[in-house]
Design a protein around this ligand. Structure first.
Ligand code: SF4
Length: 347
């Protein structure tokens, strides 16, 4: 027989929860205590909420469940990158990645926003899974909590940055991504300036995010600097072409003043020519932007070949010559399944 779940307290409407608790004899100050357990201390077991009475804990257990996310598998790369696979309450798998930059004492977590993804970028393992479902606010929030705990244990300090660059397109799970960011900023006291949303490029949603009063950084997964190639690699571009995206990003920059960057995976003889570099330079003239060239992590069943170091360095030099800020990021976690979606796809 299929297991019946009670409501998940983490995603239960807060006004409804307050009403239910007050109607059932909880004192008003208990609401703040429960909120504190769930979102500040991020405790995921009613029995550990020790300042509540036994009968109150029992009431909560009778009414609700807590759908936490469980660590299912961890892969550790020689370069220190940790890939963590989480199991959700319905047995779906998602991934987060902890990327330490020891010399700068910078620890970044890359979180997932969806289980799978509905976009079908041709170079991506997650895109091949299709969209399984949206992640809830708490499933996004808890990736930060759990990876932060791992980071403290391993490196003696917590995470410094969050990037929404794992599985899924964050702007297609807009409400929950924004909800999780608000919770992280308020309850875990994170600065939104340390948070980056990476998007495949949905012009309408970029403008909506600009009006959200969140001021997170925005990264566009650009990967090709002309529409023809971008349509081929990222079908979302057919309805959100580069001109629409430039307009949306200009708006985002004007309204938020936040950092904008382009992510650009270099593929050999596909998007790493001198002409590609010139096209990229043109796209850097609309607002201040930083370009991150990323080395490709090959995915089984995908034909793209990563650029050689020589081509990559030459491409970066061409772009830099025009005054564009550009970094070349060597791929992290090469010896593990570091490309997005590869670990979650395994048994
Ligand atoms: S690259 Fe991002 S947006 Fe594209 S299919 Fe993969 S997860 Fe989805």
């Amino acid at each position: 027989m299929e297991k019946k779940f009670k409501a998940n307290i983490l995603d239960y409407d807060s006004d409804k929860l307050a009403l239910l608790l007050l109607e059932n004899g909880f004192e008003k100050y208990r609401l703040a205590q429960i909120h504190d357990w769930l979102w500040v201390k991020a405790v995921r077991d009613f029995d550990l909420m020790t300042n509540l009475s036994k009968s109150q804990r029992q009431f909560l257990k009778d009414q609700f469940e807590i759908f936490g996310i469980k660590i299912d598998k961890i892969q550790t790369s020689q370069d220190g990158t940790l890939k963590i696979r989480f199991l959700l309450h319905d047995n779906l798998k998602i991934e987060s990645v902890l990327i330490p930059v020891l010399e700068d004492k910078r620890y970044t977590v890359c979180v997932s926003s969806q289980a799978g993804c509905s976009l079908t970028c041709s170079f991506c393992a997650t895109g091949k899974m299709g969209l399984l479902r949206q992640l809830t606010v708490s499933e996004i929030f808890d990736q930060y909590i759990q990876v932060n705990a791992i980071c403290k244990e391993q490196y003696g300090q917590g995470l410094s940055n969050i990037v929404f660059m794992g599985m899924g397109e964050p702007l297609l799970n807009y409400k929950n991504v924004v909800g999780a960011i608000r919770k992280l900023c308020k309850e875990q006291e994170l600065s939104s300036r340390r948070i980056t949303i990476s998007t495949a490029g949905i012009a309408k949603m970029i403008k909506k995010l600009a009006d959200e009063d969140l001021s997170v950084n925005l990264a566009l997964s650009l990967h090709a600097a002309n529409d023809e190639k971008r349509n081929e690699m990222m079908p979302i571009n057919m309805h959100n072409n580069l001109s629409a995206l430039m307009e949306a990003l200009r708006y985002y920059h004007r309204v938020t003043g936040s950092k904008i960057s382009y992510e650009y995976i270099a593929f050999e003889h596909y998007n790493d020519s001198d002409q590609d570099a010139k096209n990229l330079v043109k796209l850097c003239s609309h607002f201040p932007v930083m370009v991150n060239i990323i080395e490709y992590n090959p995915v089984i069943g995908v034909d793209y070949v990563k650029s050689t170091d020589e081509r990559l360095d030459h491409f970066a030099r061409m772009v830099r010559r025009h005054g564009v800020m550009i970094t070349v990021r060597k791929s992290r976690g090469k010896d593990i399944d570091a490309a997005c979606g590869q670990l979650a796809n395994q048994d």
